[in-house]
Design a protein around this ligand. Structure first.
Ligand code: ADP
Ligand code: MG
Length: 456
């Protein structure tokens, strides 16, 4: 009996997904990788090997526990309790109560239809921000209020913020989601004051009457005394009413040094997360995602993989630039009525592919990048271990240090704790291998991109 739950697990999860309209992103992020560890005393113990999941068991249990429990009952015809557990701890238990299913339809707010969780590529550099945004969207006003997302331009802040709006509306079309940029907020306020409204009642009314406030690029409000004051008025009203507030900015709250501490600290009442620049693999995945989207829109574009890697390797600034590059390449191919080749991409992107600002590359930095890439530790590289999984990355790190740091081979030897002859031998070994071993060559190209040196 007990192993029926295990045997029918996929079916159970599928049933839960269908029956309760669990969105793709929620399913893929929280549920897909769950499995049954054991069934004992009429309890199904659920776990996962993914730490992003186990560290969020509380949330998953609250949001989806009942769905899973009910699905188990439906599919196996037996009622079980469920427990989410990782190795150290048993977290949530779920008891029965009624669950509701939802109708999905969109209000047609001025949200960009492409800025959804489904279209957001998740990777190391945005995983925490993504998981946090999703949790906020699943329990608006409840767990992370406000949610404050910061990062440089073009890294996905607006996309992530609007994903929350879409998600909430899909689950509950009656929710009033307000997305504003901070300049719209400012202009609306100025307008209402100009109309002779000394205390802008209509303005306040409008912003108090919503369920979710998404306010983009808050940095433009900070320092404008009247707007700032009005914003915090709105903030307080919404916060007290437990309405979800999402804020984006180009910097963390602590960097708003001119802002009064009593205001600044409010930004941190919920949670603060940041977005960092994408690595090579993420850039490739994003380009592919954007291509898929273009294809869905009916544009039959096909682009070779080497064009994609060329773009991912050479465009380092941000995702918006990367996307612009893709559009540009496709447009040029259309005009010239040719296919998208690497030559065409090189030509189209010649002014985008510019060296980044100078930075100092050291062997230590390279060791870090190489270690991370091969999922080993920098200490492994510096150790005397001879297994191939460590020796090869070590040789590559020496080679790259020689190519990109300007350090002498003697100095490199000191840092790696190896004698001069060994260093030379290892460097030459990789030099000889590169032209012969395509996959080695590819790996090194990716690493060079990760190191992102100033040379072309
Ligand atoms: P920001 O608001 O941080 O300046 P945006 O949210 O406007 O950046 O993102 C810029 C562009 O990059 C958008 O077209 C967005 O869809 C895209 N983008 C950013 N991050 C991702 C991601 N992780 N996956 C897919 N597209 C992304
Ligand atoms: Mg933005």
């Amino acid at each position: 009996m007990s192993n029926t739950v295990q045997e029918k697990w996929d079916e159970i999860l599928d049933f839960a997904r269908q029956e309760y309209n669990i969105s793709n992103v929620s399913f893929n992020t929280w549920i897909k990788d769950l499995y049954v560890k054991k069934v004992e005393d009429n309890t199904v113990y659920i776990t996962s090997d993914n730490s992003n999941i186990t560290s969020n068991f509380n949330h998953i249990s609250t949001k989806y526990g009942l769905f899973i429990k009910t699905a188990i009952h439906e599919i196996t015809d037996t009622e079980y309790d469920i427990k989410f557990e990782n190795e150290t701890d048993t977290i949530g238990t779920v008891s029965s109560s009624a669950a509701s299913s939802k109708v999905i339809h969109n209000e047609g707010l001025p949200l960009n239809p492409d800025y959804t969780f489904d279209n957001f590529v998740v990777s190391k550099n945005n995983q925490l921000a993504h998981a946090t945004a999703l949790k906020a969207a699943e329990s608006p006003g409840d767990i992370y209020n406000p949610l404050y997302i910061y990062g440089d331009s073009g890294l996905g802040k607006t996309h992530l913020m609007q994903s929350i709006g879409h998600f909430i509306l899909e689950n509950d079309p009656d929710k009033k989601v307000m997305f504003v940029t901070s300049d719209i907020f400012t202009n609306e306020l100025i307008d209402s004051i100009r109309k002779g409204d000394a205390s802008p009642a209509a303005f306040r009314e409008k912003y108090r009457n919503i369920d979710v406030l998404l306010i983009d690029d808050i940095q433009f409000i900070i320092g404008k005394d009247r707007t700032q004051e009005e914003f915090f008025y709105t903030f307080n009203a919404l916060y007290e009413a437990k309405k979800q507030i999402v804020i984006t900015s180009d910097k963390p709250p602590k960097d708003f040094t001119t802002l009064d501490e009593r205001w600044r600290s409010r930004f941190g009442w919920g949670i603060i997360v940041d977005l960092t620049p994408p690595d090579y693999e993420t850039k490739v995945a994003i380009l592919q995602k954007k291509l898929d989207l273009k294809q869905l829109e009916g544009n039959s574009v096909s682009i070779d993989n080497d064009v994609i890697s060329y773009m991912a390797e050479n465009i380092n600034s941000n995702i918006r630039t990367l996307e612009g590059a893709l559009t540009k390449v496709i447009a040029l191919a259309k005009i010239q009525k040719t296919s998208v080749t690497k030559e065409l991409a090189e030509y189209a992107l010649r002014d985008l592919v510019t060296p980044n600002q100078k930075k100092i590359i050291t062997p230590e930095f390279i060791i870090g990048v190489v270690a991370e890439h091969f999922h080993i530790s920098p200490n492994d590289i510096l150790s005397s271990k001879r297994d191939k999984v460590i020796a090869v990355p070590r040789q590559i790190a020496m080679y790259l240090s020689n190519e990109y740091t300007g350090f002498t081979t003697t100095k490199i030897g000191e840092i790696f704790g190896r004698d001069h002859a060994t260093v030379i031998h290892n460097i030459n070994k990789i030099k000889e291998l590169r032209p012969k071993d395509i996959s080695m060559d590819e790996t090194i190209k990716v690493l060079i991109n990760k190191i992102n040196p100033d040379v072309e």
